[in-house]
Design a protein around this ligand. Structure first.
Ligand SMILES: [Zn+2]
Length: 296
């Protein structure tokens, strides 16, 4: 038998553990910046940035200049085409350069040279004044995202538990933050990873879309297949209902002048909207069951 004080101690930790399980949401988000991924996006997306609002035109011009310089300096280096995708049409030339050039002369392994050259090009990008600006602004943006998320996360988790009708899974999710001008938002389901960086189009935009991507990961965890129906449901759950509850205003499918959600899913969303509203009134919710009923 345990001595009495040891018994008490054990019980104490049991109670703490149970309290923790009941009260702490077990989804953990880890916000990070990946310099290589950021540089890769900058190299490949600077053309698209020309359409950005005027405040960001300066940034777009800067990035275009960087891109032009890189093309000028590295267009004859096969390594550049491992970063710069627009050059994919030269891939045959790239591969032949790697396998055929000077192997006998140099005795160096060409693949090793390539990987060193890729590193060198990334270092050139990292050292540029343009990338310094992008990185600095991305770090600031990451702070903004984390701050907003921390303010809203309890609300989001409680809401998700309510609509899913169960405790949230114990998950650790990596969030790769990129510059908001790059307009990125998607989940890599197998890796529990989310790429995020987007203009704050309306109040709590970041929170709503992080919740959207987290719900994708949760659905995947609960083995709910991703198809148009489950995706439409995710948009009703997060883009619409969560947004309205969080902001205590707004309506479905619209926020100010902006449409909300994928245009391709809207018709289906309107079709299941009456059932969804009924489901929200239901005291004993079970989302998997609800989804199966919708399929019938
Ligand atoms: Zn989605």
């Amino acid at each position: 038998m345990l001595p009495y004080n040891k018994f008490l101690k054990n019980q104490f930790w049991d109670i703490i553990r149970i309290w923790y399980i009941i009260n702490i949401n077990m989804i953990k988000l880890d916000f990070q910046i990946n310099k290589y991924y950021l540089a890769y996006l900058v190299v490949n997306q600077s053309n698209k940035l020309a359409n950005q609002p005027s405040a960001e035109l300066l940034l777009a011009t800067k990035l275009k200049n960087l891109q032009k310089r890189l093309v000028k300096n590295y267009k004859n280096n096969p390594a550049y085409y491992f970063i710069y995708l627009a050059g994919y049409k030269y891939i045959k030339w790239v591969i032949e350069q790697i396998y055929l050039s000077d192997i006998e002369k140099s005795h160096n392994n060409q693949l090793e040279i390539i990987s060193k050259d890729i590193q060198k090009i990334f270092q050139t990008i990292f050292n540029s004044q343009e990338f310094e600006t992008i990185l600095k602004e991305t770090i600031e943006y990451k702070n903004f995202v984390e701050h907003q998320w921390n303010q809203n996360k309890s609300f989001v988790f409680n809401y998700l538990e309510e609509v899913l009708g169960k405790k949230l899974a114990n998950l650790s999710i990596k969030i790769i933050i990129v510059h908001p001008v790059l307009n990125k938002g998607h989940a890599v389901l197998k890796q529990n990873l989310i790429v995020w960086g987007h203009n704050e189009d309306w109040q709590n935009y970041t929170t709503v879309y992080l919740a959207h991507e987290i719900t994708h990961i949760l659905f995947n965890h609960y083995k709910i297949k991703l198809d148009n129906l489950s995706h439409a449901l995710i948009e009703l759950i997060t883009d619409n209902e969560l947004r309205i509850r969080l902001n205590q205003k707004g309506k479905y499918f619209r926020e100010g002048r902006k449409h909300v959600g994928h245009p391709g899913l809207r018709q289906m969303e309107k079709q299941i909207l009456p059932s969804w509203c009924e489901y929200l009134q239901n005291k004993k919710k079970n989302l998997s069951l609800f989804l199966n009923q919708l399929k019938k």
